[in-house]
Design a protein around this ligand. Structure first.
Ligand SMILES: [Cu+2]
Length: 353
């Protein structure tokens, strides 16, 4: 009897949020999993990912993850815990997928591709995650999330509602991300740059559940945050001292250091500062510096300036805050700073072929 009670209690603890919380492995990494851009998965990898995602959804675990994200929303957005907490959160969904199919590695969505017209990206098509919601409730009705229902925070479907009607509007181009990585040399400036810039534009552009703190109901949320995590990794890899820089403040203005616990997980920030540390053990596919150095050259060097009359007009991604975005804790000053940064980069891009 006592054994039975213990087991039941144990199960309750694990399922407290209606989703298991597998503990991360301790000790040094054996192998490194490679997270790929989602369009670069092999057909088998893609099919396995879809099958595991369907099972994850069926078990209600995405709702459990949505509840965690919503419950801790204030503590992990708009402050220095944003990047390490979401790294842990993406690792959480990845470990759940792996509990269904050990071969799964979470992919990322490089939304800089087709940044001018994100609706044309194959990721948002019927052959992958599906596109804009349809009907009065803007339910996702194509792609593998077709017909997905949710029970948290209330019964409904998975909702997408593009910002500009038929398009999410432009996302950030790679050149602007390179500029951010080059110029924001401290964690205290880099983290809010990503959060209030390129990250926010995708949330607001996709709309629907993406605009809510229960966005993890739409599994695409995790491909987006894997991309955000990749950007942090690239920034860290540019100067290894950056791995140890988490100097920033929490929501109450209290300084964050490597001992600060991550909300919900109660693991120190220091355990999540490197993708190479125990329990993480992954790399990104085109992680090599060269991918970014190539892009660095895009601006200015070895490029032909185009004559004024031949210049193309490029769309400028701008984050506009409104009542419906207040839960993201966007910082108006940072939003303005990032709107200006991306605008200057896009205008520079217009000068070249
Ligand atoms: Cu979040």
């Amino acid at each position: 009897m006592r054994i039975l009670t213990t087991i039941i209690l144990g199960a309750q603890i694990v399922l407290g949020q209606n989703v298991p919380n597998p503990q991360l492995a301790k000790g040094p990494c054996g192998n490194f999993a490679v997270r790929k851009e989602v369009k670069k998965l092999t057909p088998t990898e893609w099919n396995n990912f879809v099958a595991a995602s369907q099972e994850l959804h069926k078990r209600g675990w995405l709702e459990g993850l949505s509840k965690i994200h919503n419950d801790f929303a204030m503590a992990v957005h708009g402050n220095g815990l944003f990047l390490p907490w979401h790294r842990r959160f993406v690792r959480h969904v990845e470990s759940l997928l792996q509990s269904i199919d050990p071969s799964i590695v979470i992919p990322y969505w490089d939304w800089t591709e087709d940044w001018q017209n994100p609706e044309k990206n194959r990721v948002l098509s019927d052959s992958m995650f599906g596109g804009n919601g349809v009907g009065g409730q803007s339910c996702v009705e194509n792609g593998f999330e077709k017909g997905w229902k949710k029970s948290y925070p209330s019964d409904g479907c998975v909702v997408r509602k593009y910002k500009q009607g038929s398009s999410p509007g432009p996302f950030w181009p790679m050149d602007a991300l390179v500029k951010t990585i080059e110029t924001q040399t401290t964690f205290a400036s880099f983290s809010p740059s990503i959060e209030n810039g390129s990250h926010g534009v995708v949330h607001i552009g996709i709309g629907g559940d993406f605009l809510e703190m229960w966005a993890p109901n739409d599994i695409l949320f995790f491909m987006h945050h894997s991309m955000v995590d990749r950007l942090w990794s690239i920034w860290q890899e540019r100067d290894h001292k950056r791995y140890y820089d988490v100097a920033s403040n929490d929501i109450n203005g209290k300084p964050i250091d490597r001992d600060t616990p991550l909300p919900f997980y109660n693991e120190p920030v220091g355990s999540a500062i490197s993708m190479r540390s125990a329990g993480y053990c992954y790399l990104y596919d085109n992680f090599a510096e060269s991918a970014f150095n190539q892009n660095k050259r895009v601006l200015g060097q070895n490029r032909t300036r185009v004559a004024g009359q031949n210049r193309k007009k490029l769309p400028v991604p701008q984050l506009r805050m409104s009542a419906s975005t207040s839960m993201f804790n966007f910082d108006p000053k940072e939003v303005e700073r990032m709107n200006a940064l991306v605008k200057s980069v896009v205008e520079e891009m217009e000068l070249y072929e």
